[in-house]
Design a protein around this ligand. Structure first.
Ligand SMILES: [Cu+2]
Length: 161
């Protein structure tokens, strides 16, 4: 019993050293390997639509990690036709994907990028919520509930949720 206990101690120490060594090696071999930060989606909202035919959604994606990610698609629970758009001088166009830079942000805001929600299945009024699912190349799917806000609402402005 005593002999066994004594013989196990060096073994346990060796295992511990091996584990620490592997962890250290992994960190060295994969720069940013310990970086498991996922993009964070905040300030999501849907201005109350003026027409029942179309709505827009806005949000901010923050990437605290050291590697960029790519937003590949956005879907919603109120329409099968939900797309990422870019507002240009006099029209708008679909965008297939958008990069969220390392230690950076991707902002959807009026006049810039927006999520276009065609023919929502229900009327959207203040107090409603629209569930948005963002699909990232690396982080996978992130779901966020976007409240319906008054027309003209801006995050951080006077009219807060
Ligand atoms: Cu649009």
């Amino acid at each position: 019993m005593t002999a066994k206990t004594r013989s196990r101690a060096p073994f346990a120490a060796a295992v511990l050293i091996a584990v620490v060594a592997v962890a250290a090696l992994t960190a060295v071999l994969r720069p940013g390997g310990a970086d498991t930060a996922e993009p964070r989606v905040s300030q999501a909202y849907v201005p109350q639509p003026a027409s029942p035919d179309v709505a827009a959604a806005y949000f901010t994606v923050t990437n605290t990690g050291g590697r960029p990610d790519t937003l590949k698609a956005v879907s919603s629970d109120v329409s099968g036709m939900t797309m990422m758009h870019r507002t240009t001088a006099n029209t708008m166009e679909a965008v297939p994907s958008l990069t969220v830079p390392a230690h950076g942000k991707l902002v959807f805001s009026p006049g810039g990028y927006h999520v276009m929600i065609e023919s929502p299945v229900r009327g959207l009024r203040q107090g409603d919520r629209v569930r948005l699912t963002l699909t990232f190349e690396r982080a996978g799917r992130i779901t966020v509930d976007a409240p319906v806000m008054p027309i003209g609402y801006r995050p951080g402005g006077a009219a807060t949720p």
